[in-house]
Each structure stands twice: as structure tokens, then as C-alpha cells.
Design a protein around this ligand. Sequence first.
Ligand SMILES: *[C@@H]1O[C@H](CO)[C@@H](O)[C@H](O)[C@H]1NC(C)=O
Ligand SMILES: *[C@@H]1O[C@H](CO)[C@@H](O)[C@H](O)[C@H]1NC(C)=O
Ligand SMILES: *[C@@H]1O[C@H](CO)[C@@H](O)[C@H](O)[C@H]1NC(C)=O
Ligand SMILES: *[C@@H]1O[C@H](CO)[C@@H](O)[C@H](O)[C@H]1NC(C)=O
Length: 437
Amino acid sequence: MKLLAVLVLLGAAAVDAQSWWPWWSWFSTPAIDDSTPGATWDGLRVTFGINPFEKNFDRLPRTKEMAEHEGWTLFGPNRCTGLRSACSSGYQIHNGICYKAFNTTKNFYDASSTCVADGGTLAMPKDTDTNAFLINLKNAVDNSSSFRFGLTDLNQEGDWIWEDNVTLSSFRPWGPGEPNNVRDEDCAEFFSGSHSSDANAWNDGSCTNNDTKFICQATPSAGTWRGFRYVKDNDPAVTLLFDKNGFIAGLQMGVRKSELPSDGSIPPQQVTPPWIEDKDMWLLTAYFIQPSDICSDGRTEAEYQDEGTGTDLYIQTGPNPTSDIMTIPLQQSDLEGTEWTEGKCFWGIGKHYWWNLRVDMDCKEFYPVFIMYNGGKLDAFGWNIGTYLDSPRYEHPAASFGMFMDPVPTCLADHSGSLSTMHVYLTNGYPPFFNHC
Ligand SMILES: *[C@@H]1O[C@H](CO)[C@@H](O)[C@H](O)[C@H]1NC(C)=O
Ligand SMILES: *[C@@H]1O[C@H](CO)[C@@H](O)[C@H](O)[C@H]1NC(C)=O
Ligand SMILES: *[C@@H]1O[C@H](CO)[C@@H](O)[C@H](O)[C@H]1NC(C)=O
Ligand SMILES: *[C@@H]1O[C@H](CO)[C@@H](O)[C@H](O)[C@H]1NC(C)=O
């Protein structure tokens, strides 16, 4: 242990000096703890930049208390489980659909775009029950404004079509004499709750006037996860997951849909899952303890002290965090016969394994998760996304794929600089210097 401490000090000194001095070359075999990998997971670090020797890597907090102290903030709901029925902030659920009455005025087109940006559409009160719910919702926000919803006859006068292209059925609570199309009115709205004669009835209104409020609807989150989520600087690229007692339980990578190519090519259909859709984001999730324990029991202080960052590495591969789980082998020797393809060992970073790597593969099939072994033991993993993402958390490998992969898929020739990767180490000791192959 003393030797280890000296090495850590030396490592720290080398890093502080920003030097490339290869001090570790003095030692042919760095000291490696021989106990189970989980027992050596004494940290949590994320690299910045493709070369961890040159760039910083961030030591992440492993308790909620420490995270809050370091400026991390709760991301999303203050609860341990991301529920299937979760609505975005400000939305209320009714019969499995989320609704929000916006207290701002917009024309039909801008209102519609606002709803799309929230991952939904203008609301569609297709039945009495939903209609009554929306009337209460809008009147609680503003009883004296009219509110748009998603019904128009823009294509063909008198031919009323919902936002989902379904034709208006017999449920049509228009106010008396409506729709009347005076001054070319093609967009449906609720009369205000305080309207003298037609309170809360439907009216055909102008699509272009900017004085009408509006109601959006969205489907609840399809993804669920376990743990309280924390982010720093509102950047979901690194989202920490804490168990019910505030100890580290996992890490999530979130990317906002607006950051992804608009053609929907990411995430590719070939590899969803492990991507999970969460309203306006796509998520990749890793856990360091059994996911079913995170919100039920959590870990005790003693368990956390004893086990460190965690006991195992699990990748969530579907919407159910307790059943849709891939357990990553702790020992490199256990990867034989699996679809994990041995990559190159990069001294200081570790031995990479990629999922089902082939020369002639389509880059869309590139599995977004890779794993890393150091001295034969799992000590790191990472994300690999086939597009350029802006967060400073990501690395953008350029043309050096041969240093990490064997074979290098031909399709990667076109991807220089346009991939985004992130390395996550479960150890604190200064690898990169301790990582060997
Ligand atoms: C909505 O806006 C109006 C002003 O247009 C304001 O009087 C009212 O309090 C607002 N409602 C809510 C719920 O904030
Ligand atoms: C409705 O139809 C239009 C054109 O006919 C199409 O562009 C749009 O994607 C459709 N919307 C939905 C929700 O199906
Ligand atoms: C809305 O205004 C009408 C007419 O003034 C009133 O009867 C009704 O109770 C009000 N509703 C709400 C929710 O304030
Ligand atoms: C409504 O707002 C838009 C900008 O969103 C503007 O171009 C348009 O002229 C406005 N229309 C009216 C009638 O004021």
C-alpha cells in the first residue's frame, strides 16, 4: 500500500506539472490490487478530450451531499424512480396523456411549434372527458382568455382535421352558430371561461392572430430509470444517479433531441435499445449496484465505504431498469465467447472491448457502449455516439481508431472527428498511469 501511495503522489505531481514525463516507465508492472474488481472501484472519473494525458479528467462526487456541495443540482423530478407516467415540468397527466395550458399568446403556427419543441402537439380534446379536463386546466391558468387546440380546417374549408390527421368525429361541442368562418377562421379554440354567452365552447378562430393562448399535449416519458438524477451546469451529458440514501448508484448520459441530427439517424434503429427515450432526450444508463436495490434499500454508509463506487457494472438495455439489464463481466477472461470484440490496448487508457465489431459493418450498428479492462479487470466503460455532440464532456476521436479497435470498421473512415465518446473510470488512482494491458 505504501508503494501505491507514493505512486499516486508521483502521478499527481506529474499531472500537476502538465508534464509528459513517463515516470511510470520506471516500473515495468504497476502495483495492482488483486482482490475483486468492484473492491478497487474507489472513484468515478470522466475524461475530457481524446488524450487524457494532456487534458483534465474530472473526479466526480460519489455522494449526493458532496455533489450538492460541488454545485450539482437535481435534474428532473425529486424522486428515486423515473416513472413511466412522468410528464415534463408544468404538464399534468390525464388518462395517460400530459397536458399544459400555456399562459402566453401565440398564433397557431408558433403555438404548434412550441408544442412540438416540447415533444408533443397542440391538445386534442376528442371526447367529453378530455374536453372537460382541458376546460378546467385552461380556466385555472386564465379564465378570461381563449385557448387554441389542435384542430384546423386549413386544407379544405369545413373539413376539420385533428393534429394527428384524424378527421373530427361526432363529438364537436361548438358554440351556437360556430364554426362560422367569418374573416377566414380555420383554427379551433376554446372560448374563455368568462365569455358571456358561449363560455368554454369551441370556436373557429383566426390562425394568425397572436392574442390567443394555447394548450399542448405530450406522451409521458417512455423511459424509466432508478436513482435521483444530478447534473452540473444543466448539462445532461454526465448525469449522476444516487440511491435513496444518497450514495452513488450509476451514471447516465443524456442528449437532447435538438442536439441530434434532424433526420432521426441517431440513435440508429439497429441499436435502440440501449437508448431510452425520455421526453425531449435520449438516455444511456449504467448502474454500479443492482438496479432493483437503488430505490428500495439503497446502500448504507458502511456498504459504501466497503464497496466503493459499486459492486458491478450494469447497462440498461430497455425501458425497465430491473429486467432490461446487461451485466458486464468483471474479468476480461469471462468475455470469451461473448459478442464483445477485443480492441486494442492503449497504454494509460486501458484495453477496449467493442460490441460485435466487424470490418464491413454499417456504422449505424455501432453499439453505443464500450468497456475497458486494466490488468484483466473491469475498471472503466464509455459511450460512443455516431455524431458530433457539443458538450465539453465528449471526446472527438479523429482518425486514430486503429489505436483502439481491431478490426477498424471501414465505415469509420468517413467519421473522423464526427464521433463523440466519453470514458468513465470507476477508479481514482491515477490511471491513466496505472492502466496497463
Ligand atoms: C396568466 O397570465 C395572466 C395575465 O395574462 C395573469 O393574470 C395570471 O395570473 C396568469 N396565470 C398564472 C397561473 O400564472
Ligand atoms: C399529417 O399529414 C401531413 C401531410 O399529409 C404530414 O406531413 C404529417 O406528417 C402528418 N402528421 C401526422 C401526425 O401523421
Ligand atoms: C370563470 O368566469 C366565469 C364568469 O365570470 C365564472 O362563472 C367562473 O366561475 C370562472 N371560473 C374560474 C375557474 O375562475
Ligand atoms: C404575429 O407574430 C408574428 C411573429 O411570430 C408576426 O410575424 C406577425 O406579423 C404577427 N401577426 C399579427 C397579426 O400581429
